[in-house]
Design a protein around this ligand. Structure first.
Ligand code: BGC
Length: 352
């Protein structure tokens, strides 16, 4: 950062936090904080799950404002899948005097530039949803991660699939006692894609169901890409596909789009399972198109991020936050089937 910009940040911080002699960022407060600024950058604003998480974040920020009387200004940037763009957004946010920056990394293996900037400017960073490796999070003490217990989602997805196979003989279309499956995977290298694929399949096997992998395809969390890949696999395997394990709901819905476009009667569809419990995903569970989903607690993650950002910005205590190793907040997942989907729809609808 240029010296000119650095001075401006100092002036803003000193204006905001009177009594600090030690520089910029979230330094010591000796007077009541009246307003804070939180910067957020997302890897792709069109990602269904991430955009819903940010909607919740904004709602919780308004609630916190009302509760505390502290004005909370939020700047949200879309990195549009470019790490260099995201790096310069972080630079801008730090230059703008953000007290905390929340980063949904584009490339979770490339956080170094952001971490260096954070340390230099003494601005804490909360990484979320796209998890950097532990060694990177250790590079500086004011780095945090908010996300979920990744492996749980795979286990739960596998449990849903295994239960369907055991309880509904129609799931085994060719009656050979083996669950023939395909996987629709998220981005290569994303912690959730790797872990979900591995644990969903191993859980089905552990539950005593024999499986046969027909194929897999990477569809980058994306509904349209999943539809294309599913159309290709339907061309190749047709009615042999008995199970679609999708790493997220959007890809499960893309598979369903392909089944509909191919005019396959719903009673001949494979079992489709997703993860996330996005609004559209929950609807598909409700109307029976998806056998189930695994709730990725966007409300819990958004609230944890907001609470952490607030405490860091106001010099409050982190003691009330459920943190592991003083750095991680991980929310649990939950299985959602047709019997409890209403509860989750209500939870989502309660949000403005
Ligand atoms: C979600 C996906 C989302 C991805 C983005 C995952 O945790 O399940 O829906 O696309 O995060 O990083």
């Amino acid at each position: 950062m240029k010296l000119g910009k650095r001075l401006i940040v100092c002036v803003i911080s000193l204006g905001l936090i009177v009594g600090s002699l030690s520089g910029c960022g979230n330094d010591v407060q000796e007077e009541e904080v009246k307003s804070i600024k939180i910067g957020v950058t997302v890897y792709d604003q069109y990602d269904t799950f991430v955009s819903q998480l940010i909607d919740r974040f904004n709602v919780y920020a308004s609630e916190k404002e009302a509760e505390t009387g502290v004005a909370i200004n939020i700047e949200v940037y879309n990195a549009a899948d470019s790490q260099p763009t995201q790096n310069s957004q972080v630079e801008t946010m730090m230059g703008d005097g953000c007290n905390v920056v929340c980063v949904n990394l584009v490339d979770r293996t490339e956080p170094k530039t952001i971490i260096d900037m954070a340390e230099k400017n003494n601005v804490p960073v909360i990484f979320f949803n796209r998890e950097l490796v532990a060694e990177d999070l250790e590079r500086w003490e004011q780095l945090y991660y908010v996300g979920a217990k990744a492996f749980e989602s795979g286990i739960m997805e596998g449990e849903i699939a295994a239960d369907v196979f055991k309880n509904d003989s129609a799931a085994d279309k060719n009656g050979d006692g083996i669950f023939q499956y395909i996987v629709l995977e998220g981005e290569a290298g994303h912690q959730d894609a790797i872990v979900r694929t591995e644990y969903s399949v191993s859980t089905i096997i552990e539950r005593g169901v024999e499986v046969e992998k027909l194929n897999y395809a990477i569809a980058n969390w994306n509904r349209a890409q999943a539809q294309t890949k599913m159309t290709q696999m339907l061309g190749e395997y047709g009615n042999k596909i008995e199970l679609v394990l999708a790493n997220n709901d959007d890809m499960a819905l893309g598979a369903i789009d392909a089944l509909k476009a191919a005019e396959i009667a719903p009673e001949r569809w494979p079992v489709v399972v997703g993860i996330d419990g996005t609004n559209v995903g929950l609807e598909a569970v409700k109307n029976g198109e998806m056998a189930g989903t695994v709730y990725n607690d966007k409300e819990g993650q958004a609230k944890a991020m907001l609470d952490l950002a607030y405490e860091l910005s106001t010099g409050g205590s982190l003691a009330g936050l459920d943190m592991e190793d003083g750095k991680y907040i991980r929310l649990p997942y939950a299985k959602v089937g047709v019997e409890d989907v209403e509860e989750y729809i209500e939870k989502s609808e309660m949000m403005p």
